[in-house]
Design a protein around this ligand. Structure first.
Ligand SMILES: Cc1cc2nc3c(=O)[nH]c(=O)nc-3n(C[C@H](O)[C@H](O)[C@H](O)COP(=O)(O)O)c2cc1C
Ligand code: SF4
Ligand code: SF4
Ligand code: FES
Length: 605
C-alpha cells in the first residue's frame, strides 16, 4: 500500500471512548512506529461517526475501508494485513442488515446512504483539537467572507433568506431573531450558544461540540459581527466534560490563529468567547433560565413579556441559538441562501440531526433533509425494529414531546407536520418503541422526569404534574378509574395554559398524545386490568398456549424461579404462584407460545 497520503481515523467520540477507542488509537500509533514503513500513515482521533453502538470505528483513507467494533487486539492485524498488504479484514467490516451483506466502505451502508450532512459535515473527518484540520476543510472561510465582503444587513439577509429555523426546539426563524436584535442600539450585546441538551437520549449537540467545535465558534463570531456584539458565551451541560474540554482547546487555538480576540484576522473586529458550565437542571436549557444561570443566579425561567433579543443577559440585547443552529451558519454563508433552501421542504429548509434510539436495529446520530419520512428514518436508516417485532410508536421532541403511532409512519419530519399531530421536533431526540412498550407507563415515566425537573415556581407545573404522576402511577398499578382519563386531559389543559415556561406548557404532551392514540391501553389497564406490553407487573401474567408450544424447554431453562414445568416435546405450563413476571420466557420462546394475560386471581391453595 502507498502510504504517502494515507490517513487512519480512529473515532474518539464519547461512545467509542467508552469502548476503549483511545487505547486503539494509542496502540495503532505505537505499532506503526515499530513497523518498518517508508512513509508512516497519519493516525488521527476524530469525533463521533454516528454509529456508536458499533464502535470503536476506524476508517482508512483514501482506500475508504471502515472497520467497526475494533479492539486493541485487532491493531496488529490492521497494520500487518491492511496497511502493509492491502488485505481487508472481513470480521471487522460492517454488516448491513438491510442489504444483508458486509460492506468495505461505511458510506455504502443504508444507515449512511440516506443522510445528508451539513452540521455534521466535519465530524468523524477532522481531529477536533487541530484547527489546521478545520481550515483544510474550508473552515473560517465564511468568517473571512463576512468580515471583508459583507455588511451586517447582507449577512442577516442571507440567514433570513435561507429559511434557517432554530434547531433547539421551537423552530423560530434565526434570521428574524438576528434582525430584531441588530435593530436595538443598546450596547453591549451578547451572543449565547445553548449547549445544555437535557433531553434523555439526545446527543446531537454534544457530538458537534466534541467533534467539530470550530464550526460553532465560527457561527457565533459571524453573528457577533452581524449584530455588533463582542462577547459570546457557550453554556454547556454540566455532564459534558469532553465537549467543554474540546471547546476550550478550540477557543484557545482560534485565539492563537487570530480568529478570536482583538482585530480578528486584521479586520478591526473584536470578539471573544467564554465557556459557562451548565447548572445541572433540565430547565436551565430554557432561554431565560439559562441567562439567569450565566449571570450567576438560580436557573429559573422568568416571564417573557420582554424578549431576550431586547433584554437578555444583564438586560442587554442577546441572541441565543442552539449548537446545531450555529453549526449551520458557516455553510449557509459560504454556499448561499439558495443552496440551503434547496435542501429540505417549503418552510423547513436544510437538514435536521436526530439521535435515533430505542428498539431500532441501528441506533445513532443521523442527519437527514427536513421532510424525510419517518418510515425512512426508522426502517431504512434505523434498519427496522429489533428482532423484527411490530413497530408501535415513536416519541419525538424529548420529555415534553408526543407519541406518534404507526398510522403516521409516513409523516414528514419537519417542525410543522410534527406539531400538527400533537408532537414536536424538539431538539431531535427520536425514541422508537415496539409492542413491548406500555404507553401508560411511558407517559408515567415522562411525568416523573418532569415533576423532578420542574423548578417549582408555578403551582400548576409543580403540583399539577405531581397529581398527573399520581393518577398515572395508580393506573399502572391497576388502581385507576375510567374518570381518570378525563381528569388527566383537564389537568393537561390547565397546566399548559397556566404555566410560565415551555417546560410546564408542554409537559402534558406525552399524556395527551398517548390518550389520543392509545386510549385502548388506558382502558385495558383500568377496566380489563391488563397491560398488554407486559410492563406493568401488577397487571401482567404469563401463560403458555398449548397449541403453539413445541415443548423445547427453552423458557424453563431461562426462568429464574423454576416456575415452568413440562415434558420435552409436550406443552409446558407456568405456575403463576412462583412466577415473578420477569418476562424471560416471553422474550425467549422461539414459537411465540408464551402469552401475556391480565391480573391473575390468586390461587386458593
Ligand atoms: C424546559 C426547556 C428546556 C430547553 N432545553 C434546551 C436545550 O437543552 N438546548 C437548546 O438548544 N434549547 C433548549 N430549549 C429551547 C430554548 O429555550 C431556546 O428556544 C433555544 O435555545 C433557542 O435556540 P434556537 O432558536 O437556535 O433553537 C429548551 C426550552 C425549554 C422550555
Ligand atoms: S412552568 Fe414549571 S419549570 Fe417553568 S417556570 Fe413554571 S414551575 Fe418552573
Ligand atoms: S415470566 Fe419469568 S419467572 Fe415467570 S415463568 Fe416466565 S421466565 Fe419464569
Ligand atoms: S463515538 Fe464513535 S461512532 Fe459515535
Amino acid at each position: 500500500m502507498n502510504n504517502s497520503n494515507r490517513k487512519i481515523l480512529v473515532c474518539c467520540g464519547t461512545g467509542c471512548l467508552a469502548n476503549n477507542s483511545f487505547e486503539v488509537y494509542t496502540k495503532l500509533k505505537e505499532k506503526l512506529k515499530d513497523t518498518k514503513i517508508a512513509v508512516q500513515p497519519l493516525v488521527k482521533a476524530t469525533g463521533c461517526n454516528g454509529l456508536c453502538e458499533k464502535g470503536p470505528v476506524v476508517k482508512i483513507l483514501p482506500d475508504d475501508i471502515s472497520y467497526f467494533k475494533v479492539s486493541t487486539k485487532d491493531v496488529d492485524a490492521i497494520v500487518e494485513k491492511t496497511i502493509l498488504n492491502g488485505e481487508i479484514i472481513d470480521k471487522l467490516l460492517y454488516y448491513d442488515t438491510n442489504e444483508k451483506k458486509k460492506l468495505i466502505s461505511h458510506k455504502d451502508a443504508t444507515f449512511y446512504k440516506h443522510q445528508q450532512k451539513i452540521s455534521l459535515r466535519n465530524i468523524g473527518e477532522v481531529d477536533p483539537l487541530l484547527i489546521e484540520d478545520y481550515l483544510e476543510r474550508d473552515g473560517y472561510k465564511a468568517l473571512r467572507k463576512v468580515l471583508f465582503e459583507m455588511t451586517s444587513e447582507e449577512i442577516i439577509d442571507v440567514i433570513e433568506a435561507s429559511g434557517l429555523r432554530g434547531r433547539g426546539g421551537a423552530g423560530f426563524p434565526t434570521g428574524s431573531k438576528w434582525r430584531t436584535c441588530y435593530k436595538y442600539n443598546n450596547f453591549p450585546k451578547y451572543i449565547v450558544c445553548n449547549g445544555d441538551e437535557g433531553d434523555p437520549g439526545a446527543f446531537m449537540d454534544r457530538s458537534i461540540m466534541e467533534g467539530d467545535p470550530n464550526t460553532v465558534i465560527e457561527g457565533m463570531i459571524i453573528c457577533g459581527y452581524a449584530i455588533k456584539s463582542h462577547k459570546g458565551y457557550l453554556y454547556i451541560r454540566d455532564e459534558y466534560e469532553l465537549a467543554r474540554k474540546n471547546m476550550q482547546i478550540a477557543i484557545d487555538n482560534a485565539k492563537k490563529h487570530g480568529y478570536l480576540g482583538e482585530n480578528i484576522i486584521g479586520s478591526n473586529f473584536d470578539f471573544d468567547l467564554e465557556i459557562v458550565r451548565g447548572g445541572g437542571a433540565f430547565v436551565c436549557g430554557e432561554s431565560s433560565a439559562l441567562m439567569a444561570s450565566i449571570e450567576g443566579n438560580v436557573g429559573e425561567p422568568r416571564a417573557k413579556y420582554i424578549r431576550s433579543v431586547e433584554k437578555g443577559l444583564w438586560n442587554q440585547p442577546t441572541i441565543l441559538n442552539n449548537v446545531e443552529t450555529w453549526a449551520n451558519i458557516p455553510p449557509i454563508i459560504s454556499n448561499g441562501a439558495k443552496w440551503f433552501k434547496s435542501i429540505g421542504i417549503e418552510n423547513n429548509s436544510g437538514t435536521k440531526v436526530f439521535s435515533l434510539v430505542g428498539k431500532v436495529k441501528n441506533t445513532g446520530l443521523v442527519e437527514v433533509p427536513m421532510g424525510t419520512k419517518l418510515r425512512e428514518l426508522v426502517f431504512d436508516i434505523g434498519g427496522g425494529i429489533i428482532k423484527d417485532r411490530p413497530f408501535k410508536a415513536i416519541q419525538t421532541g424529548g420529555p415534553s414531546g408526543g407519541c406518534i403511532p404507526k398510522e403516521h409512519l409516513d409523516i414528514s419530519l419537519d417542525f410543522d407536520s410534527l406539531s400538527n399531530i400533537g408532537s414536536m421536533m424538539g431538539s431531535g431526540g427520536v425514541i422508537v418503541m415496539d409492542d413491548t412498550t406500555c404507553m401508560v407507563e411511558l407517559a408515567r415515566y415522562y411525568m416523573e422526569f418532569l415533576s423532578e425537573e420542574s423548578c417549582g415556581k408555578c403551582t400548576t407545573c409543580r403540583e399539577g404534574i405531581k397529581i398527573m404522576l399520581e393518577i398515572l402511577t395508580n393506573i399502572t398499578k391497576g388502581e385507576g378509574e375510567l374518570e381518570d382519563i378525563e381528569l388527566l386531559l383537564d389537568l393537561s389543559e390547565t397546566i399548559s395554559n397556566a404555566s410560565l415556561c415551555g417546560l410546564g406548557k408542554t409537559a402534558p404532551n406525552p399524556v395527551i398524545t398517548t390518550i389520543k392514540y392509545f386510549k385502548d391501553e388506558y382502558i385495558d389497564h383500568i377496566v380489563n386490568q391488563k397491560c398488554n406490553a407486559g410492563i406493568c407487573k401488577k397487571l401482567t401474567s404469563y401463560y403458555i398456549e398449548e397449541e403453539i408450544c413445541i415443548g423445547c424447554g427453552l423458557c424453563a431453562k431461562k426462568c429464574p424461579t423454576n416456575a415452568i414445568t413440562g415434558i420435552k416435546k409436550e406443552p409446558h405450563i407456568i405456575n403463576a404462584d412462583i412466577c415473578v413476571k420477569c418476562g424471560a420466557c416471553f422474550t425467549n420462546c422461539p414459537t411465540g407460545a408464551v402469552k401475556i394475560g391480565g391480573v391473575v386471581v390468586e390461587s386458593k391453595n
